[in-house]
Structures are given as C-alpha cells and as structure tokens.
Design a protein around this ligand. Structure first.
Ligand SMILES: [Zn+2]
Length: 150
C-alpha cells in the first residue's frame, strides 16, 4: 500500500503517515494540500501526493506528550468524538486504533477514534480500507475546550 507523509502546517514537522486513499480524502475535505507530488502520476483531479501539508497547524505538544494535560484516554477520545462511533454514528463505548497497533499504528489523537463495540469487533486488526469501512470524521488533536461535556 502506498503511504503518504503528512506534515504540519509549517511544512517541517512530520506528523504521521496515511494511506493514499486517506490522503486524497484529506485533499477533498480541504484539510491538507499537496506538498510533494509523485512525478508524472495523478490520482483523480490531484497530482498523486508523496507528502501533504496540513492547512491548519496541529499542536504537537499534545500529540506527543502522552502524560501531558490531554492524554488520548478512552474517556477523552469518547468526549472528543461526542460519544458517537466514527464508523456508524451509533453510541460509542470503545476507542479504535485506525491503523492497528499490530501494524505499527501509534496511540495518538490522530490515530484514535471513538467506536461502538460492534464496529471495533468487526474491524479487528485491519485498517479501515482493508475492512471496507468509512471514517465519518477526521480525527484531530483537541484543545481543552473540545473535551468539555456537550
Ligand atoms: Zn459503529
């Protein structure tokens, strides 16, 4: 599977890697733009990206500080995602690693989403693409205000 590197909005800091399909979804949603393209190749209306740069800056002091003020615990991930399953929208009670830990996926805000037990059990240690599942949301690194009860 082709991987695309995602850079922070300053175009210097590497945040993570995503699948080509995920990268194109980010382009469609205008959350990122192509930074470096694969020469001579296109993916739909876009040059095939080798790397993307985010449109708005992600504050990585929260992303990488596991013991910091905003750890991506089950309770915090559920709060960020409004207690709705990222795959089907029903009430969520678990957190899912989008890229499974068994495949090197990190325990980070951008790799975690709220999920219902059914979707999490169905997906198991597969990526959403492999499981044929669509993410309804784009995971993000929350600010404290994003985790207040709604
Ligand atoms: Zn679900």
């Amino acid at each position: 599977m082709e991987r695309v590197t995602v850079l922070n909005a300053d175009a210097h800091q590497v945040l993570h890697q995503v699948s080509l399909q995920h990268a194109v979804a980010m382009l469609y949603r205008d959350v990122a733009r192509v930074h470096e393209a694969v020469p001579g190749r296109r993916f739909g209306p876009y040059p095939q990206p080798h790397s993307l740069v985010l449109v708005s800056y992600v504050y990585t002091r929260w992303l990488y500080q596991r013991s910091g003020p905003l750890p991506c615990t089950l309770a915090n991930v559920l709060r960020r995602d409004g207690h709705a399953c990222a795959y089907c929208g029903r009430p969520a009670s678990t957190r899912d690693h989008i890229v499974p830990r068994s495949r090197g996926g990190p325990t980070s805000w951008l790799n975690l989403v709220a999920a219902c037990a059914e979707c999490n059990g169905y997906k198991r240690d597969r990526t959403p693409e492999q499981a044929g599942m669509q993410l309804r949301i784009q995971p993000f690194v929350p600010a404290p205000a994003d985790l207040r009860p709604r």
